[in-house]
Write a protein that binds this ligand. Sequence first.
Ligand code: HEC
Ligand code: HEC
Length: 294
Amino acid sequence: MKRIIVALAAPAVVAVLLVAAGCASLATPEAPSSGSPAPGATSAAAVTVSQQVKDGAALYVAFACIRCHAPNGVGGVPNRLNVGGDDTIPALNNAFRDPSEAFHNAAQITQVMSEGSIVSKKPGVINMPSWKGVANDAQASAIAAYILAGFPQASGVAYDADPATAADIYSAYACIDCHGQVGANASPAPAPNPLSPDKAVPALRNPGDDVTQADFMTTIMEGSIPPPGKVSELLMPAWGQIMSSQQVAKILKYIPDGPKGKALPAPAAAPALPLAGGSASPAASGSPATSSSP
Ligand code: HEC
Ligand code: HEC
């Protein structure tokens, strides 16, 4: 039954990805013109992917990897403020990487996900966040499997290139995965961040706090980055080069501290992500899956 849904959904997904690839906000100079599968993949019509790879495709979208590394992992998203370093975000798809830098095993990917990679503290520079404690081991392995499979498109995963509502923006840019759902006693809770002074990612829309909207705006645009070389501390990515100004304006109204936030209606419960329980998917042999959430 699932197969049929996936087969029907595939052309729509390809269409969405192609639209996204042509979208001005994502620079994809080397994007394949026809969504052609990476070398080694079977022909597009016959692509069947494992449940683990499908989960990985969904998580690549949910954890906002797609916003920074682009649909199909083609990279090329501008990081203009990183003067002296790479001025674009790297490709993750081997078809778009230098062969000498191709990914050969999952650990090459899951290690970067766990540690992050901080290249600069300069305000606005986009750094690779650590996802430790945000993505559990099974989720990280699934994303790695999807990347190593060459970003197959028959995964039936919808991707909204330009989410419009504040709630959709809050999910699409993974705000919800690090900060938890907005509002008091919301679920999910903010992610633990044991290496930070506060030991957890701050909750947003705190009635008791009174951080100003101007300060929130600065943090969203410029990020909040530990020193280069620091590993596995969750950081606030700089979104100024990734989100549109309309999206930033909408999200600011969604997360205010103080009385303004208290007056907002509580959002609906967030749907669970694939592999949220940390259970290994059938295809995930090898590494035992352990959940990093309590
Ligand atoms: C806020 C933007 C952003 C997000 C979101 C993001 N990345 Fe990254 N990522 C980067 C940047 C910038 C780099 C380059 C870091 C460097 O040069 O050391 C990078 C590097 C990487 C690398 C190493 C690439 C290489 O060439 O060695 C991997 C693997 C990676 N990211 C995977 C992911 C995955 C998987 C996700 C989703 C869970 C993700 N990234 C989400 C910005 C991001
Ligand atoms: C990878 C995890 C991660 C993601 C994704 C993320 N943040 Fe953050 N954010 C953090 C961390 C960690 C901090 C705390 C930084 C510090 O204290 O230096 C933070 C701080 C903030 C602050 C300042 C909070 C305060 O009370 O001062 C705001 C506002 C914020 N983030 C908004 C957002 C929004 C909006 C999004 C989605 C567009 C988002 N964040 C996505 C990790 C994340």
